[in-house]
Design a protein around this ligand. Structure first.
Ligand code: AMP
Ligand code: ZN
Ligand code: FE
Ligand code: FE
Length: 271
């Protein structure tokens, strides 16, 4: 029997909060026995270049343009994956640039809130941790390094997680705005890890928006949880994708390839 082809369509590089370079991710994907991957950094497509696509081809890996956008639907933060878009699309690139500006302002807000609670992190310290735009995981690392918390989990649970005293979403970009820009750049919009959406009512409404699919295979969730999303996707004729959400960090659930998309769903995604 021919072995099933596997495409991990969700991972992060050092252009956001992952540990590895895009080239390292491609090599790791190959070593893992995957046929392809998508690097889905938070709010940026800076990982992608003609050289990276050439490198992937050399390695015989299918590289699908991807991104994971931070969006809001009503009061709920929703991560939206974009795939197969034209990564040179001007409006799309502008949208990403605006997100990076939003993130810089948001980081300043979070640092100010932390200062108010006696935790001092200077802008320069945060900037020195990555040459790219830092996110909350970088802030968590500094909180730990400076002894304000013992673990990264504690940083999120006590201070910078959603709804905690030092959290700020920054300027809000809506789910609808984000679906629209993905579609204008000829891509598909897939709701990332839908199980993480706290209010069931909200997911029910989201599947009625012009999204194209749901990330139904996600390594961190149980078979039953994934099955629920697979059935929901089928009932609405949405594409069911899968990915590991690999960050290269200490996240035992997210080994590259631990969740994946199959050939049939990939074909729909790229159609
Ligand atoms: P940001 O995009 O800056 O809001 O950061 C979001 C990222 O923070 C997620 O993709 C995760 O990598 C990480 N994150 C969010 N919540 C937690 C948590 N409770 N524990 C550890 N990491 C988290
Ligand atoms: Zn992340
Ligand atoms: Fe996410
Ligand atoms: Fe992610």
């Amino acid at each position: 029997m021919k072995e099933e082809k596997r495409y991990d369509l969700h991972c992060h590089s050092l252009y956001s909060d992952g540990k590895e370079s895009p080239e390292e991710l491609i090599c790791l994907a190959k070593a893992t026995g995957l046929q392809g991957l998508s690097i889905t950094d938070h709010d940026t497509i800076d990982a992608y270049s003609p050289e990276l696509f050439a490198f992937a081809k050399e390695q015989e890996m299918l590289l699908v343009p991807g991104v994971e956008f931070s969006t809001y639907y009503e009061v709920e933060g929703v991560h939206l994956l974009g795939y197969g878009f034209d990564y040179m699309h001007e409006g799309f690139r502008k949208f990403c640039a605006a997100h990076q500006e939003r993130r810089r302002k948001r980081n300043s807000t979070i640092l100010a809130l932390l200062k108010r609670h006696g935790m001092i992190i200077e802008e320069e310290e945060l900037a020195s941790i990555t040459p790219h735009t830092p996110g909350r995981p970088h802030i968590a690392l500094l909180l730990q390094a400076k002894g304000y918390v013992e673990t990264l989990q504690e940083a999120f649970h006590k201070w910078i997680g959603e709804g905690k005293p030092c959290f700020s979403p920054g300027e809000i970009v809506t789910l609808h705005q984000t679906i629209d820009i993905i579609h204008r750049a000829h891509g598909k919009a897939i709701v990332a890890h839908p199980i993480l959406i706290k209010k069931k009512r909200i997911l029910k409404k989201i599947v009625l928006t012009p999204i194209d699919g749901l990330e139904a295979y996600y390594a961190r969730f149980s078979k039953e949880q994934n099955q629920r999303i697979i059935e929901l996707a089928a009932s609405k004729n949405l594409i069911a994708t899968g990915g590991s959400d690999y960050h290269g960090a200490n996240k035992p659930y997210s080994i590259l390839g631990s969740a994946y998309t199959d050939s049939a769903s990939l074909a729909r995604l790229l159609s």
